[in-house]
Design a protein around this ligand. Structure first.
Ligand SMILES: NC(=O)c1ccc[n+]([C@@H]2O[C@H](COP(=O)([O-])OP(=O)(O)OC[C@H]3O[C@@H](n4cnc5c(N)ncnc54)[C@H](OP(=O)(O)O)[C@@H]3O)[C@@H](O)[C@H]2O)c1
Length: 233
């Protein structure tokens, strides 16, 4: 099946086979605030998902809620089985998951919604890497060179991501990647979780998308997104 989709970054219409994305297997690793929201929205769009958390039992609980379009697997198995892996865990856990399964990430598309933060005793976020560093760039260094990393899905708090999905007109979600060949995959994924994709540049732009960055935390339509991006240059 062929349909025409708007690619925000180049402001043009391109032919795109929806089957390219619908046939891809997506795994969501980490089923806390953000992972659950992403998984729920994908299923709402009719996309199947493999779910993994620290334990198989935790993933099976969400399968009970999401039904037949979802399945539960151990982390290593879901990385093996999926084409697209959403790492919805904290940065230290991403590091551990990649280190343990590094060869399985060869040629995979990896989605990074993480923020390089910890929450301090007063409930405030504290950056855990250098002030000019981003978790997107850190993760790119940890992955095999052939992995296709996309910084996306972490620019809004989970509650906002849930409440503002599938709006009419749609709100924007920013993404960044250095892998030009997976931009349509990124855009299809973002559309399937209920948003309009907006490309902001290569992975070095990740810092703008993470907490404390100029493109983080904004629920915006396309006009407001254009203004935010212009102001962030
Ligand atoms: N919360 C938000 O609003 C929000 C917004 C944007 C971005 N983010 C980013 O998203 C990431 C996750 O945040 P969150 O709030 O969703 O965290 P969370 O609620 O604490 O959930 C973390 C999840 O990670 C799983 N996990 C931890 N280590 C794992 C491992 N080795 N293998 C498999 N699963 C593992 C945990 O599994 P168990 O439950 O089984 O222990 C849990 O389901 C962070 O990097 C955060 O910065 C969060």
């Amino acid at each position: 099946m062929i349909f025409f989709k708007r690619v925000v970054c180049v402001q043009s219409w391109e032919a795109f086979s929806i089957m390219d994305f619908k046939n891809k297997t997506v795994a969501v690793i980490g089923l806390g605030n953000i992972g659950k929201t992403i998984a729920r929205n994908l299923v709402k769009s009719g996309h199947s998902v493999i779910l993994s958390a620290r334990t198989l039992e935790h993933a099976q609980l969400l399968v009970k809620e999401l039904g037949d379009l979802s399945s539960a697997e151990e982390v290593t198995q879901s990385i093996r089985d999926a084409d697209i892996i959403v790492l919805a865990v904290w940065l230290k856990d991403i590091k551990e998951i990649i280190a343990t399964n590094k060869e399985l990430f060869v040629n995979k598309v990896v989605i990074d919604p993480s923020n390089p933060i910890k929450i301090d005793g007063s409930g405030n976020p504290q950056k855990i890497i250098g002030v000019n560093e981003s978790s997107g760039e850190e993760i790119k260094r940890w992955l095999p060179a052939s992995s296709k990393l996309i910084k996306a899905l972490g620019t809004l708090a989970a509650s906002l991501l849930s409440e503002n999905a599938f709006s009419d007109p749609r709100n924007v979600l920013f993404y960044a990647t250095s892998a030009q060949d997976v931009r349509l995959t990124a855009e299809s994924l973002i559309q399937d979780i209920g948003y309009l994709p907006y490309y902001v540049g290569d992975i070095t732009e990740s810092i703008k998308l993470e907490v404390f960055g100029s493109l983080n935390g904004h629920v915006v339509n396309l006009d407001a997104a254009n203004k935010l991006v212009k102001d962030s240059l």
